[in-house]
Design a protein around this ligand. Structure first.
Ligand code: GLA
Length: 440
């Protein structure tokens, strides 16, 4: 496997050299960022007097840092502790500097970042390109260089720059300019942008080549909420717009379908498995927004599923696609390593969007999924720990998918001595996929 990964990286490097993949040149986020982000679960709760355990405060972030390290999340790759909105004072100081809320962050942000770093993790913060953040705190406009320098001085590793109270047309220069200011500080900071989503809402066509060049990740669509309907709307958006969205992803530059809400109130166990599987197929950042103090073990196990995390973090960084959708059954597929000759390996997710109560059977040959390697594929189920062994392209696989649930398989291409090292064909065998779609 080590050698295979190396080969895959060689492909990435070669493609970069050919100019096929380009992105923000800060060397960061070569795989989608993983961590914990406060917003979806903890929102703008500033009431530390009445709700000290759940308010946006130094204490909340230190607690989550400890849990990330002590309860196995860091060991499987979760790395960033990210503050979202509502952290600063309502006013800058007399010199125009951002100040963390004095009561809720009494030791300041440098102290919090130092604590996160002392545990081997990285620290993220939130700001907004406009006059105000979405919750009405000071935005960076007019203070780009100063705020970038402030973040550098605090030891920030990741900046999410939102786009409320800004003109979408200004973002084409504003986002690159703030990114330039971050780079000028000399500190490497992951740059998360909301640039395209605000432009799409304003009816504009985002300039994705510029967005890829200036951001490590970006939002395309609505904020996630604590419901299956919200997760479904995001899955549909990414499937329905995949021809525009998918080509923009790659090492260093990722589409961000928003946070993982697994372990909260709105998703069933099946739906939680589906969110995690589809986020991995989408090469999405894995930013958990959940109370890690109270999460139930079965949800924790989903978030710590190493095999699915490995799909998400695949070094090729090719985002997957929806290759089949009919009568509530969807098949999503993502090319991954190892590659043998012209044949990629794949992660394949079967999703049941039906609500008729009984599990649905889906039967399909590997060939119909576009998996044509004559040497076959080693196939395993990533949730159930079932190893199907090496299967030929003609083999029909049959899976049972629970309502609003998922089955996710990994099919690793097997080697054959006849193959060359570099793939020569598209990772998606579209003709085969088309045949599948027509037949059903
Ligand atoms: C916007 C963003 C969210 C969150 C809030 C904070 O809605 O999209 O992710 O950061 O602002 O106010």
């Amino acid at each position: 496997m080590g050698c295979m990964k190396l080969c895959a990286w060689t492909v990435v490097v070669v493609l970069c050299a050919l100019g096929k993949i380009s992105g923000l040149d800060n060397g960061l986020a070569l795989t989608p960022p993983m961590g914990w982000l406060a917003w979806e679960r903890f929102r703008c709760n500033t009431d530390c007097k009445n709700d000290p355990d759940n308010c946006i405060s130094d204490r909340l972030f230190r607690t989550m840092t400890d849990i990330l390290v002590n309860e196995g999340y860091a060991a499987v790759g979760y790395e960033y502790i990210n503050v979202d909105d509502c952290w600063p004072e309502r006013e800058r100081d007399s010199r125009g500097k951002l100040v963390p809320d004095r009561e809720r962050f009494p030791f300041g942000m440098k102290s919090l970042a130092d604590y996160v770093h002392s545990k081997g993790l990285k620290f993220g913060i939130y700001e907004d390109y406009g006059n105000f953040t979405c919750a009405g705190y000071p935005g960076v406009v007019g203070h780009l260089a100063g705020d970038a320098a402030t973040f550098e001085s605090w030891g920030v590793d990741y900046v999410k720059l939102d786009g409320c109270y800004a003109l979408p047309a200004d973002m084409d220069h504003g986002y690159p300019e703030f990114g330039r200011q971050l780079n000028l500080t000399g500190r490497q900071m992951v740059y998360s942008c909301s640039w395209p989503v605000y432009q799409i809402y304003a009816g504009m066509q985002p300039n994705f080549s510029s967005i890829i060049e200036h951001c490590n990740l970006w939002r395309n669509f609505d904020d996630i909420q604590d419901s299956w309907a919200s997760v479904e709307s995001i899955i549909d958006y990414y499937g329905n717009h995949q021809d525009v969205i998918v080509p923009n992803a790659g090492p260093g530059h990722w589409n961000d379908p928003d946070m993982l809400i697994i372990g909260n109130f709105g998703l069933s166990y099946e739906q939680s498995k589906t969110q995690f599987a589809i986020w991995a197929i989408l090469a999405a950042p894995l930013l958990m927004s959940v109370d890690l103090r109270t999460i139930r073990p079965e949800y924790k196990a989903i978030l710590q599923n190493r095999k699915i995390i490995e799909v998400d973090q695949d070094p090729l960084g090719i985002q997957g696609r929806r290759i089949y959708k009919h009568r509530g059954i969807e098949i999503w597929s993502r090319p991954v390593v190892p590659i043998h000759g012209q044949y990629y390996s794949y992660a394949v997710a079967f999703v049941n969007r039906r609500t008729d109560g009984t599990p649905s059977d889906v039967a399909v040959t590997l060939r119909e999924l576009g998996l044509n390697n004559p040497a076959g594929y080693r196939v395993e189920d990533l949730y159930e720990d079932v190893d199907y062994g090496v299967l030929s392209p003609q083999t029909k696989i049959k899976v049972k998918v629970n309502p609003s649930g998922v089955v996710i398989l990994r099919a690793d291409a097997q080697p054959s001595y006849a193959y060359n090292a570099i793939p020569t064909r598209t990772p998606y065998a579209l003709n085969d996929v088309f045949r599948l779609t027509k037949k059903k």
